[in-house]
Design a protein. Sequence first.
Length: 75
Amino acid sequence: MADDVQARREARKTWPVRRFLLGQEPGEDLSRDTTPQQRLAMMWELALAVWELGGRTIPSYDRAHTPIRVVRRGR
């Protein structure tokens, strides 16, 4: 138990921390501070969390068998 606490404490030392005055926080645009690959990795983590929260497993079908619906407009 004490080892877990110490390991978490050590891990927190590497967390990036920035301080801002209230009302002067940066915007939500992450493109200045992250690469497209990093943003995609963040999205994947969110997708996994949502599937887990929904109590469902991620589908395992390939792209060719992905269920879709084609909507054609104005033909």
